[in-house]
Design a protein around this ligand. Structure first.
Ligand SMILES: CC(C)(COP(=O)(O)OP(=O)(O)OC[C@H]1O[C@@H](n2cnc3c(N)ncnc32)[C@H](O)[C@@H]1OP(=O)(O)O)[C@@H](O)C(=O)NCCC(=O)NCCS
Length: 189
């Protein structure tokens, strides 16, 4: 396949996706492709990033590939790759979809490569994603939760407009750990 054909196929895959391309000041949010596996694996395999995520720390890139593939067929959940314009590099992912914990709400989730924390990128991306869900999908109720020991994530929620609602807990998907958690919500008009 020539480079031109490969680019065409890449653009085609993006155009077919349910997630639109969203531009913010410093980021392009676009649908994930399998070409993002290496970038995503760089933080999926980093315990500093995965410690409080529901997925366990990945030890093989095939786990990242499987996750990206699952986003192609998941009709309810919307996921984006966060591309840093300045470096043309995928630095994180985030998404929104119907919440399993809070009926009628849509939950947000996100993770970023460790080197790009504390620069406001996650808040910038998630504000745009919430705005998309509200304006284009008619989603009015947003929720999320974070481990009590992971307050950095709570700051993102607060900066997106969510307010603390109650304490609870969540368990990693492999059942290995349960965390005390703070649950947040927001209602948009
Ligand atoms: C949670 C996580 C995504 C937050 O990323 P982050 O980049 O630190 O979050 P933000 O986008 O809100 O960055 C905010 C910080 O950047 C700083 N910042 C620097 N430049 C900024 C700018 N231009 N705009 C806004 N904030 C800026 C702010 O001071 C702010 O720090 P503060 O909240 O202490 O004031 C990241 O820590 C992560 O990937 N953690 C592991 C995965 C995880 O825990 N996910 C959530 C599970 S519930």
């Amino acid at each position: 396949m020539t480079e031109g054909e490969a680019n065409e196929r890449f653009e085609g895959a993006l155009n077919m996706s349910k997630e639109p391309i969203i531009e913010t000041d410093r980021l392009i949010l676009r649908p994930l492709t399998l070409d993002d596996a290496e970038a995503c694996y760089s933080w999926n395999s980093d315990e500093r990033v995965t410690k409080y995520m529901s997925y366990s720390t990945y030890t093989n890139i095939s786990q990242t590939v499987d996750w990206i593939k699952s986003t192609f067929t998941d009709e309810n959940e919307y996921n984006w790759a966060f591309v840093l314009k300045e470096e043309n590099k995928v630095i994180g992912t985030g998404g929104i979809g119907p919440s399993a914990q809070m009926k009628g709400y849509w939950g947000i989730g996100y993770n970023l490569h460790y080197d790009y924390w504390h620069k406001g990128y996650c808040t910038e991306a998630m504000r745009a994603i919430i705005n998309f869900a509200h304006k284009e999908l008619g989603v009015n109720k947003i929720c999320s939760d974070h481990a009590v020991d992971n307050p950095r994530s709570g700051k993102v929620m607060e900066k997106c407009g969510l307010k603390f609602d109650h304490y609870g807990e969540y368990t990693k998907l492999d059942g290995s750990q349960t965390f005390q958690a703070k649950f947040y919500k927001m209602e948009l008009t």
